[in-house]
Design a protein around this ligand. Structure first.
Ligand SMILES: C[S@@+](CC[C@H](N)C(=O)[O-])C[C@H]1O[C@@H](n2cnc3c(N)ncnc32)[C@H](O)[C@@H]1O
Length: 337
């Protein structure tokens, strides 16, 4: 039987920004952090967050209907998920990336149509402002917040790589563009026989070293300061790159894969991971939208399929390559030298 076409999906996606901005404003206002202290009634919450009376009830009840709050006997409470992941005082907080999305990406995505017509980024650089990394690296507090936010989005995939990759035959690794170092930490924690390092710009060192100390890994995982445009990558049995290649244009992607190849011994492995697009480019919507986000944020960056990446790896000399799913939209592409 033929089903009637329905406009439901069109309208749902067309207006999805209503739900998105409601959640982002709740995070910005610190609602979930407030409720982590215990449930609260409407008037109490309104006073504590400074909400105007006109729509406070609609705002909170919309969050109930969206599944981010619970309400019982007139009192609002976090769900187990919002309590764990959106309370700023817990180490499991993933809101850093959403605070960034709210403050920056939400207004910048307003320029998507222009970006599609011109191919030009729509972030701070559009009006001659400093680029994101220059702003971040000039301010240690903001840098730490950004690097911790990266840990938030990468944690699930990092745990999967630590478990799924056959680490038993390897002795050393380097994580290139390591940020706070969560991938290096998860791999080292799950594989006590390994030693490794995180490679990143010099400003990242104190934040990385704090994180290794906090995880009891200071004696096994060190920091190597460098710039991957100017410097060779440190030699290791396994080179890893998480959320690095999609920031850059194709010549830079090839250059980085070539530097990884040079850093590996015969039989060594390169692990590239991010939201790798499915080879048919029709299912991993998150990966495809991430690529549009690279249009908004960078002069030449784009996401790519597993087949694309395996092709670049083979051109660089890797003799065996494969793609393996990790979690959610993330996969890893592995090249063996
Ligand atoms: C998007 S973050 C990815 C962080 C981490 N790998 C992850 O997946 O969560 C990009 C990282 O690349 C680093 N980076 C940017 N340019 C670099 C360069 N020229 N040399 C070395 N690292 C660089 C940044 O400092 C940042 O830590």
């Amino acid at each position: 039987m033929q089903t009637q076409p329905s406009p439901d999906a069109i309208l749902r996606t067309g207006l999805a920004f209503w739900a998105s901005k409601t959640l982002l404003s709740a995070i910005e206002l610190g609602l979930f952090t407030e409720l982590a202290n215990g449930p609260a009634g409407l008037d109490e919450l309104r006073a504590r967050l400074g909400l105007h009376e006109r729509s406070a009830r609609d705002f909170l009840d919309a969050l109930v209907a969206l599944g981010f709050l619970r309400r019982a006997e007139g009192r609002y409470a976090n769900t187990p998920e919002t309590d764990l992941f959106l309370d700023r005082n817990k180490p499991s907080y993933v809101g850093g990336i959403l605070e960034m999305a709210n403050a920056r990406l939400y207004p910048f995505w307003d320029g998507l149509t222009e970006a599609l017509l011109t191919g030009l980024p729509q972030n701070e650089t559009k009006h001659g402002g400093p680029n994101l990394f220059d702003t971040l690296y000039a301010d240690p507090a903001r840098l730490k917040q950004f690097l911790a936010a990266m840990t938030g989005i990468s944690r699930g995939a990092n745990l999967a790589i630590a478990r799924q990759f056959p680490w038993q035959d390897r002795r050393s690794f380097v994580d290139v563009g390591t940020a706070q170092g969560d991938l290096a930490a998860q791999v080292a924690l799950a594989n006590p026989h390994l030693r490794g390092s995180g490679f990143d710009l010099p400003e990242v060192r104190p934040i990385f070293e704090d994180y290794m100390r906090a995880n009891g890994l200071a004696d096994r995982v060190g920091f190597v300061a460098g710039n991957f445009f100017d410097d060779d990558l440190p030699a290791a049995d396994v080179v890893m790159m998480g959320h690095i290649l999609h920031d850059w244009d194709l010549p830079t992607k090839r250059m980085l894969i070539g530097k990884a190849y040079a850093a590996l011994p015969e039989g060594g492995a390169l692990i590239v991971y991010e939201s790798i697009i499915d080879d048919d480019r029709s299912r991993n919507a998150f990966g495809l939208l991430m690529s549009l986000n690279m249009l908004i944020e960078t002069p030449g960056g784009f996401d790519y399929t597993g087949a694309d990446c395996q092709g670049w790896m083979r051109e660089a000399g890797f003799r065996r390559t494969y793609t393996e799913h990790l979690v959610g939209p993330d996969s890893m592409v592995v090249g063996i030298k």
